[in-house]
Design a protein around this ligand. Structure first.
Ligand code: NAD
Ligand code: MN
Length: 364
């Protein structure tokens, strides 16, 4: 039997609530599946640790994580710690340190969940957003001169490299090719930004030659928001910069019903280091401790994690169970239901056992 070593970092706010639910469904899966086992180690890294020790994780944190097959992450952010400290103290050092350059964000409208868009239902919106996750606008370059003075200047420098853009473009074309519609939209702002963004367009055209069966087009990011709302059916796989895709994928999550259902994988496609799987949402101070956080994003990212580990059948079984439970209306308040986190987790665990029985019967 295969054993996977998982590092769980629940961190802040609703992070521990959704990661706890996620571990319950993962355990239910491995119990019923029997083909794999998860060896989970939990780390108490996050804002509480920062308030006590001055650091969100120990100095050798990334070194400790290297021993794991994957990282299962909750959320960071606390009301009394500046957001740039929490983000740069934990999540970004892991993404950038492990060169998890492909941030993969699937979106679809799950059965039983209503999109805020009129006349758009399950099947009308089925996207994967690929976010460049290692450079661009979040490279951390820039500075402030004359701090606090009237003549102060602040810069945020976006860095795009040929290596970085080519590898994310190739990843996106490959992913588009693996999906039934073989459709890719490359998003930039190459009208107003005429250096790195024009390079994106040129590299997209170059890489497209390796994928003659993929149909692709280009969009400016502002027009893209309109297309996502007005013609969601016209999109399939989408690739964009770190900043643009960050924004577009929050919109995508909202169009699919709630941020509480939106998952993400921070992936090192070369598998040199562990990849990290997390819900897109943050620590949601407004509902922390109420027990009503939607665990679906975390379940979905757990499925992404299983798929990455090579357990595609288990991943599929998990998503089937999640879809069954959503269709039954066992939903948290953010998507119009009245169930709490634990009730959704219980229902998904029960569906996993049921779904497995069906498979067993079919085999016998
Ligand atoms: P947020 O995602 O935490 O919350 C936005 C809104 O969505 C809130 O009303 C919240 O209740 C709701 N929501 C989010 N997840 C939900 C879930 N699973 N179920 C039900 N409702 C859910 O974003 P924010 O309020 O902008 O940020 C709060 C903190 O989280 C900040 O400190 C921010 O920096 C941090 N943050 C962290 C991450 C991350 O760890 N990857 C991502 C985004 C924000
Ligand atoms: Mn974001």
């Amino acid at each position: 039997m295969k054993t996977y070593k998982i590092a769980a970092i629940p961190a802040d706010g609703i992070g521990p609530e959704v990661i706890d639910a996620g571990l319950q469904v993962l355990n239910a899966l491995s119990e019923r599946d029997g083909g794999f086992r998860l060896d989970v180690t939990s780390f108490d890294w996050g804002s509480d640790r920062y308030k006590k020790t001055g650091a969100l994780m120990p100095e050798d944190g990334p070194e400790q994580l290297k021993a794991f097959d994957a990282i299962f992450f909750g959320a960071v952010g606390a009301p009394d710690v500046p957001d740039h400290i929490t983000l740069w103290g934990l999540r970004l050092p892991i993404c950038q340190g492990f060169d998890q350059y492909a941030n993969v964000r699937p979106t679809k409208i799950l059965p039983g969940i209503k999109s805020p868009l009129a006349n758009v239902g399950t099947g009308d919106l089925d996207w994967v957003i690929v976010r460049e996750n290692s450079e661009g606008e979040y490279s951390g370059h820039g500075g402030r001169a004359h701090k606090g003075l009237p003549e102060e200047v602040g810069t945020e420098v976006a860095i795009f490299t040929r290596v970085g853009v080519t590898r994310i473009m190739r990843y996106a074309f490959k992913l588009a090719q693996s999906r039934p519609r073989k459709l890719l939209t490359v998003v930039t702002k190459s009208n107003a930004q005429r250096h790195g963004m024009v390079m994106w367009d040129e590299i997209a055209a170059e890489v497209s030659k390796e994928f003659p069966d993929v149909t692709w087009d280009k969009m400016l990011v502002d027009a893209m928001t309109v297309r996502m709302v007005k013609h969601p059916q016209s999109l399939d796989t989408i690739v964009a910069t770190n900043l643009h895709a960050d924004i577009l994928s929050d919109l995508a999550g909202a169009l699919a019903g709630s941020l509480g259902v939106a998952p993400t994988g921070n992936i090192d496609p070369e598998r040199r280091f562990p990849s990290m799987f997390e819900p897109i949402h943050g620590s949601a101070f407004d509902i922390t401790g109420m027990g009503i956080a939607n665990p679906v994003a975390t379940f979905w990212t757990a499925a992404q994690m299983l798929e990455h580990l090579g357990e595609a059948d288990a991943a599929k079984r998990l998503m089937t169970a999640v879809e069954q439970v959503c269709a039954q209306g066992v939903l948290t308040p953010d998507v119009g239901g009245s169930a709490n986190t634990q009730q959704v987790a219980d229902a998904v665990c029960a569906a996993i056992r049921g779904a497995n029985d069906v498979t067993q019967q079919a085999v016998e």
